[in-house]
Write a protein that binds this ligand. Structure first.
Ligand SMILES: CNC(=O)c1cc(Oc2ccc(NC(=O)Nc3ccc(SCC(=O)O)c(F)c3)c(F)c2)ccn1
Length: 308
């Protein structure tokens, strides 16, 4: 990656401007902190190469690539990059800080529909880039919420040296050990021959996220190990769409279940595109006006406030 071309369009942030670092998460080669920017007077998130390990050229390039990808993929439902900090002893990308954390920590009331709609808008934008940018690691941990519970797609991607999908046709990442398999489509369990199906990978993950948001449960929570899940998924079993998992009071329940079951179907080609998914979701969104969502967010904020 040409650092000059990148930093000519992206602010370079001196490390001395980043203060009050608080640890958030870490993986094989990256660590994420919350920090304050001393000039901008705002909270930011920084994704750094591991401070102790010698910053390998390969890892540095990977993070530069990620900065380039995020810079190209600017959209209102993709996490926003503010700049890079590129100093010999410290290298990180600086993004907005999402105060309400990731979807796996919060379960909202009927703002669920807006969350599912905004996730689809974000992924659809990535798929509309040239060449299409495939996420291939959609999971509730990578869906971040801002102060008003609006969605931004992220990719913490810390645990593996990731070949960012923008550089190659296929961004197949080895099945993460310790990562979760529930969002991985069965055709990816063993690196498949035909890479064509790639574009339908994200829709499978999205269908599982739909079920998780609407049921407010962990898919396959009864399973004791990932292999069990993979075998049953290969045999065609999917999360339960009955009334005890997806209650009758879910608005447009039938359409959402239909979207979910098409999305997680075994044959990748039979899964809908995100465009088709959005066209199905749009009429539902029109039925809910802004007040409904503000009221739902208020309920969550009040409950969060009451929390001891
Ligand atoms: C409570 N709040 C928090 O804890 C918090 C933490 C936080 O930390 C980060 C999380 C993720 C990233 N990086 C990232 O998202 N990169 C990325 C790369 C590619 C694609 S799209 C194609 C593909 O996936 O390959 C994409 F959508 C995203 C980061 F830099 C910082 C940010 C905000 N809030």
């Amino acid at each position: 990656v040409n650092i000059c071309s990148l930093t000519s369009t992206l602010p370079v942030i001196p490390y001395r401007k980043l203060t009050d670092l608080h640890y958030i998460s870490k993986g094989g080669f990256g660590t994420v902190f919350r920090a304050q920017h001393s000039d901008w007077r705002t909270t930011v998130a920084i994704k750094c190469l591991k401070l102790d390990s010698p910053v390998g050229e390969r890892e540095r390039n990977c993070l530069l690539k990620e900065a380039e990808v995020l810079h190209k993929a600017r959209f209102n439902h993709i996490i926003q990059i503010f700049g890079v900090c590129n100093e010999p002893e410290f290298f990180c990308i600086v993004t907005e800080y999402m105060t309400n954390g990731s979807l796996d920590e919060i379960l909202l009331s009927n703002a669920q529909l807006r969350i599912l709609y905004e996730i689809a808008l974000g992924v659809n934008f990535l798929h509309n880039m040239t060449p299409p940018l495939l996420h291939h690691d959609l999971k509730t941990q990578n869906i971040l919420m801002d102060g008003e519970y609006h969605v931004k797609i992220a990719d913490f991607g810390l645990s593996k040296w990731r070949q960012l999908s923008i550089t190659k046709g296929s961004s197949s990442k080895p099945a993460e050990m310790g990562g979760t398999v529930i969002y991985m489509p069965p055709e990816e369990y063993e690196p498949s021959k035909n890479r064509r199906a790639d574009v339908k990978y994200d829709m499978y993950s999205y269908a599982i996220i739909m079920w998780e948001v609407l049921s407010r449960r962990i898919p396959y929570e009864e399973a004791t190990n990932p292999m069990q899940i993979m075998f049953s998924v290969l045999r065609g079993s999917r999360p339960d769409t009955g009334l005890d998992s997806l209650p009758a009071d879910i608005p447009s329940r039938e359409t959402l279940i239909n979207l979910m079951t098409c999305g997680w179907t075994t044959k990748p080609d039979e899964r809908p595109s995100f465009l088709k998914c959005l066209i199905e979701l749009e009429p539902m969104m029109r039925r809910f006006d802004e007040i409904d969502f503000l009221e739902a967010v208020l309920v969550v904020k009040r409950s969060k406030y009451m929390r001891p």
